[in-house]
Each structure stands twice: as structure tokens, then as C-alpha cells.
Design a binder for this molecule. Structure first.
Ligand code: PLP
Length: 382
């Protein structure tokens, strides 16, 4: 499969060859169970310990603050359910935004329906961001958990994590952020930002699927979410995905400060180039989101009079992969909950939104080709 016209990196990314290489080595030669005390087990255990150190260092954290998981969904479920159930004697109010990933939204709804929690879903404006004033208003003495994503996966909008962290320094609520779409481009220092819990998945970082981690601030108590063995110091039962963890380590190592900066610059350039080409061709579009508070790997466009579903199929036939929303909603015809939160239910952007997401391997040439295809689509010539 040709990856060159792949513009769906917010959905998932191709694996970096170096990641594949280190994982193959582990799969072929290091099969021990990290819990076994013999040489094979110790060998696997050492690989996990080394990965934990490198990953912890990359976010200025301690090794004891990293819990390996199966990815973002598990990290989000673990953070939210464990925190809520553990602290319900202190209050039953939770805050999230209306544009969280379904693994946050549905987990919050689950707690509401099954355990009687009260959840405030913060609305967003038509640029896809929340208001800090509104956040201050809804924060209550019985709020025990705030879960706000770092960067939205459909629009690329960056939420005001720094401000929320600052406000929560003087409030006992626990602060969780889903950093799945942010960690690949930003240097994140959870302790500095007042973040207690932070979820990451590897496959958005040119790493493997089915592995990620949850950062948990050292002194925060978090009961085990998966019950069984004593893995992850009793915090997450289940035999570790050793090759996946080593793959995650490699992916994060490759994304060092310089590489993140290089990518930020490159994706900004791609975005500018694409929009310039559309402008030159007088294509009528709007940006769903806010380029003023935004990460450039995601560009969500409303191409006037171009149905997203039709566009996806036509672009696919031409060898271009884009998305109509998040990967989870793209398979279904249901309109994007993010765009609905921004515009209401009947806005045309819900039927005419396209998410283009850049990644490593994309070139300016491909971006120009994509712009030409989008132009043809807008002129009904594709
Ligand atoms: C913002 C966000 N959170 C969580 C996830 C879930 O990650 P995973 O499916 O790897 O568990 C995704 C990926 O789709 C995402 O974009």
C-alpha cells in the first residue's frame, strides 16, 4: 500500500522502520514473561524498565509515574473511572468538554448512568474552544475530577490546559488530560502544568497499535483498574506487551525536541501551502477550528457544496486518504459530535467537513496534489 498520499495521521500513523526493527528484535529474541524470575523473564523486565525510564524522562517525570496501558482509550477509562470511584465520598461532580474523544465522553456518561455522578460537559464556541470564564463558573466545591483534552482530534484546536492547571492548583479536583494528539508535537511537562493524569497512545506517533501509557502524578492514589496480577506495581494487571512497550519507547525517542520542532514547522508549511493553493483557485472553504490556538498536523476544512462522504470515496479512488471526522465516527454516518458542539445540529459543515492530517513522510508535492484534487472536487470535476 502506497503511504505517500496518506493524509489521515490523526487517525493513525505508519510505523517508523526503526520502531519495526526494535520490535522485531524483541518479538524474535525476548519472549520471556516480565514477571518470571528466571533469565528470560528478567530480560523482558529489563526492557520494560529501560523503556519506562526513557519515556518518563521525555515528559520530565519519574519512572514510578508511568503506567503502561493498551492505549488512549484504556488510559482515559482508567484515569476517569478509578478517580471517580475512589473519590466519590468527597463529591460526585465531574467536568469534561463536549468535544472529548468518545473514550472520555462515554466513560463520563457511564459514571452518570451507573453510579449517579453529575457531569458538566463544557460547551465550545464556533471555533471549537472552551471558555475559561465558563470553566470557573461550573467548577464547584464538590468537583472531584476535570478531564479536558490537550488537543482535539478532529479540529487540531489546542485547549487552555495551562490555565486550567493553574486554576486547579488551588482546588482539590484531579486534573486529567487526554494528550493523544498533542504529545507528538509538543514538549509536555505534566508536573509544571499541574496535570495529575495524562493519557498517551503509541500509534499516533509512528509507533505500534495497542500500547500506550498513563502518566500518574507520584502522590496521587489510583486504585487498580484492571484486577488480576501485580504487574505495573499492582496498578494495571495483565502480562505486559513487551514488544509494544519497546516500540513506544523507540517512537518517543525518535520524537525528540528537535524533531517535534521540525514537524511543527513542516506541518505549518503544509497547511499554508494547501490553503494558498485553494485560495489561488478560488475554492470556497471555511476552517473548522481556530488557527490561533491550534496544532498544525490537523486541518479541518468545510468545502462548500462538497459532501464529505462523497469526497472521501472520490479521494480514495484517486489514492488519497483523508477523513470526515475522527476515525471512530468516520465509519458510521453519524455526524461529528465535535462539529455539532461547535455549530449546532443543522449546520452544513456537519455534512461537508473534511479532516486532513499531516504526518512524517508527507511532502510538499503531495500537498500540492491534494490541493489540486480538492479543487477538482469543489468544481465538481472529480
Ligand atoms: C484524542 C484521542 N483520544 C483517545 C484516542 C484513542 O486511542 P486508542 O484507540 O489508541 O486507544 C484517540 C485515537 O483515536 C484520540 O484521537
Amino acid at each position: 500500500m502506497n503511504e505517500t498520499n496518506y493524509f489521515d495521521h490523526a487517525g493513525t500513523t505508519p510505523m517508523d522502520p526503526e520502531v519495526v526493527q526494535v520490535m522485531s528484535e524483541v518479538l524474535s529474541h525476548h519472549f520471556g514473561n516480565p514477571s518470571s524470575i528466571h533469565k528470560f523473564g528478567r530480560d523482558a523486565y529489563h526492557l520494560i524498565s529501560a523503556a519506562r525510564k526513557i519515556i518518563a524522562d521525555s515528559i520530565f517525570a519519574k519512572e514510578s509515574e508511568i503506567i503502561f496501558t493498551s492505549g488512549g482509550v484504556e488510559g482515559n477509562n482508567m484515569a476517569i473511572i478509578s478517580t471517580a470511584l475512589q473519590n466519590q465520598d468527597k463529591g460526585k461532580h465531574l467536568i469534561a468538554t463536549a468535544i472529548e474523544h468518545p473514550s472520555v465522553l462515554r466513560t463520563m456518561k457511564f459514571l452518570e448512568n451507573q453510579f449517579g455522578f453529575e457531569v458538566t460537559f463544557l460547551p465550545v464556541d464556533d471555533k471549537g474552544n472552551i471558555s475559561i470564564e465558563m470553566f470557573k463558573k461550573v467548577l464547584r466545591v464538590d468537583t472531584i475530577l476535570v478531564s479536558v483534552m490537550f488537543v482535539n482530534n478532529e479540529t487540531g484546536v489546542k485547549l487552555p490546559i495551562e490555565e486550567i492547571g493553574e486554576i486547579l492548583r488551588t482546588h482539590p479536583a484531579i486534573f486529567h488530560t487526554d494528550a493523544v494528539q498533542a504529545i507528538g508535537l509538543l514538549q509536555i511537562h505534566p508536573a509544571k502544568l499541574g496535570i495529575d493524569l495524562l493519557s498517551v497512545t503509541a500509534h499516533k506517533l509512528n509507533g505500534p497499535k495497542g500500547v500506550g501509557f498513563l502518566y500518574k502524578r507520584e502522590n496521587l492514589l489510583l486504585n487498580s483498574f484492571m484486577h488480576g496480577g501485580e504487574q505495573e506495581s499492582g496498578r494495571r494487571a495483565g502480562t505486559e506487551n513487551v514488544a509494544g512497550i519497546v516500540g513506544l519507547q523507540k517512537a518517543m525517542e525518535l520524537l525528540n525536541v528537535e524533531e517535534k520542532q521540525r514537524r511543527l514547522k513542516e506541518y505549518n508549511n503544509f497547511q499554508e501551502l494547501l490553503l494558498k493553493k485553494l485560495d489561488q483557485e478560488k475554492v470556497v472553504y471555511r476552517i473548522n477550528g481556530d488557527l490561533g490556538s491550534h496544532l498544525p498536523h490537523i486541518l479541518n476544512l468545510h468545502l462548500k457544496n462538497v459532501s464529505s462522504n462523497l469526497a472521501l470515496v472520490r479521494l480514495d479512488l484517486k489514492g488519497f486518504a483523508v477523513s470526515a471526522g475522527s476515525a471512530c465516527t468516520a465509519g458510521a454516518i453519524t455526524p461529528s459530535h465535535v462539529l455539532t458542539a461547535m455549530y449546532g445540529e443543522n449546520h452544513l459543515a456537519l455534512k461537508e467537513g473534511l479532516r486532513i492530517s499531516f504526518g512524517s513522510g508527507n511532502t510538499r508535492e503531495q500537498v500540492k496534489e491534494l490541493a489540486a484534487e480538492l479543487t477538482a472536487l469543489a468544481r465538481n470535476q472529480l
